[in-house]
Design a protein around this ligand. Structure first.
Ligand code: NG1
Ligand code: MG
Length: 522
């Protein structure tokens, strides 16, 4: 699925047919508003969608494969450009948002050499700037240091709810990087290049993220989910669901608990990333003889830690035989067993205990693991986090086996595949249990949405995205969709204070949408 970001000629190229009418209104409004702000039409619109993750939670930054799909909601950037020089060695970015009160307009004069981002303030344009910075680095690599970026006039419209677990940030950063590339004359923009630069760019905003969201945003194809793997290099391929009876749908339900990684990173998201790298380092040191250990700075894909599996590959007895193969269920099962035996402390590990095993001082440990993205913790729950990661990686492989091995669903009569459906759903339920108990990234509200949905007929229900609030995803037979909605309404949404608008957006039936695109305005 490599190749260039498609150039769309009509909204039918971008959206599923049920969405075209409402999107046409939205796009017309965007172009009209652009015209009224800047006095001329935009040249093009760059578009990147949000995503829902079907399975594979909190394992992308340990470089295990995940299975997300793009949704209809997206980030749109309408753009025009000019070359008139501003002040000597700077170029000018004018950026506005259709939601002007919430996201006020800004103008920046940016030095050719460096895009400054202050990650300590929470400012919506930081996401644009991070895409800008990444794209300029790439353009400079291609065109040399004398490359001069064009001035840009931008109007943004985003429909992915912020802090909702549907990856508004990755949609915005990917659309921004794409816009900057296109504004500076690039037309055949390589999807892999764009994704990799969006992944690295987003870290500039202060979140030590993995690569799932940007991959889903850029690579997705309408009508299919996306299997994304990160080692030995970034790869994405479309995955189809087999026909089932009853037919399966994905419902996405908001909890309306806002989880803001920017604010809670040190105790939630960034802490988990650190716990995973500490667990990998601990296992590496405890299980591998010194000569087989990984270098501490191994950093595939620019991800700031080495994947668990590289640690596994280094395990003495396997190093030569499996070093180049991809994770298989048997290896993951073995890793689970090894972890259970090696990381035995349920209460977690102190910095002193980990440093001793790694053979470093506590100061060295802090410098290596917790200096770039600060975290707050006395103890690190290495056992639980590692067990979640390996078991979740295994669930993704099992889910893929179910989807792609025809034998898995052929045993049942074509009239009724409910047993097969229930096996898919069971894996999602297991993910939720592991997220709640071992990874501790769920919350009472998400747990409640899952319990209510299962009672009303969902095969499988779980949080999606980072968790601690945000969204949940549910595998529901088409004939139970109304019952599940009704149950949520009486047992959950009616008990919260919600605006009319929130109420309407609370639950969506998700159809897999297409990924990033450029649309040239006539
Ligand atoms: P959200 O918070 O849903 O955008 C985050 C990470 C992903 C992945 C998931 C958990 C970012 C941009 N995304 O998603 O890479 O780690 O959590 O599976 O931080
Ligand atoms: Mg995000």
């Amino acid at each position: 699925m490599a190749g260039s970001v498609p150039i769309a000629h009509a909204l039918e190229d971008i959206y599923t047919s049920d969405a075209v009418a409402s999107q046409t209104k939205r796009w017309t409004h965007l172009v009209d508003k652009f015209q009224s702000i800047y006095g001329h039409k935009p040249k093009f619109v760059s578009r990147s969608p949000g995503r829902v993750n079907i399975i594979g939670e909190h394992i992308d930054y340990s470089l295990y494969s995940v299975l997300p799909m793009a949704i209809t909601a997206d980030a749109l950037l309408a753009v025009s450009t000019d070359l008139s020089s501003v002040k000597g060695d700077t170029f000018k970015i004018q950026i506005a948002n259709v939601q002007e009160t919430r996201f006020p307009a800004h103008e920046f004069d940016i030095p050719y050499g460096a895009v400054e981002i202050d990650a300590t303030v929470h400012e919506w344009t930081n996401y644009f700037k991070s895409g800008l910075r990444g794209a300029l680095e790439l353009l400079r690599k291609k065109h040399g240091d004398n490359f001069k970026p064009k001035n840009m006039q931008i109007l943004m419209d985003g429909t992915v709810p912020a802090g909702g677990g549907l990856s508004s940030s990755a949609a915005f950063v990917s659309a921004s990087a794409l816009a900057v590339m296109a504004a500076n004359g690039e037309r055949a923009i390589d999807k892999t290049e764009l994704t990799e630069l969006a992944i690295v760019s987003e870290r500039a905003v202060g979140v030590n993220s993995g690569g799932m969201d940007q991959s889903a945003s850029v690579f997705s194809e309408r009508g299919s989910a996306l299997f994304v793997s990160f080692t030995p290099s970034l790869k994405a391929r479309a995955v189809h669901f087999p026909p089932t009876r009853p037919e399966l749908t994905f419902l996405i339900a908001q909890s309306f608990v806002t989880a803001d990684k920017f604010v809670t990173g040190p105790i939630h998201y960034n802490l988990r990333v650190v716990e995973c790298s500490l667990a990998a380092a601990y296992l590496n040191a405890a299980l591998n003889p010194p000569s087989m250990r990984l270098p501490a700075d191994a950093a595939p894909l620019g991800i700031s830690l080495h994947g668990f599996h590289e640690t596994y590959f280094a395990l003495a007895e396997h190093a030569s035989s499996v070093a180049s193969s991809k994770p298989v269920p048997a290896q993951l099962e073995e890793l689970i067993a090894l972890t259970s035996k090696t990381l035995t402390k349920d209460e977690g590990y102190t910095r002193e205990e980990i440093a001793a095993v790694l053979g470093v001082t506590v100061d060295e440990l802090n410098t290596q693991f917790t200096s770039r993205f600060p975290v707050r913790a006395e103890r690190f729950k290495l056992r639980q986090r590692a067990l979640h990661v390996f078991s979740e990686a295994l669930r993704v492989l099992r889910f893929m086996e179910l989807l792609e091995d025809p034998a898995a669903h052929q045993q049942e009569s074509s009239e009724d595949t409910s047993e097969y459906n229930a096996r898919l759903g069971g894996l999602l339920n297991d993910t939720q249990d592991s997220c709640r108990d071992a990874y501790e990234c769920s919350c009472a509200e998400i747990d409640a949405l899952c319990t209510i949905a299962r009672r009303a007929g969902s095969y499988g229900s779980r949080l999606t995205g980072a968790g601690w609030g945000g969204c949940s995803v549910h595998l529901v037979p088409a004939d139970k969709v109304d019952a599940v909605r009704a149950a949520w309404e009486t047992e959950y949404y009616s008990k919260r204070e919600l605006t009319e608008e929130q109420r309407e957006a609370a639950v969506v039936v998700s159809r897999p949408g297409s990924g990033s695109a450029l649309y040239l305005v006539a």
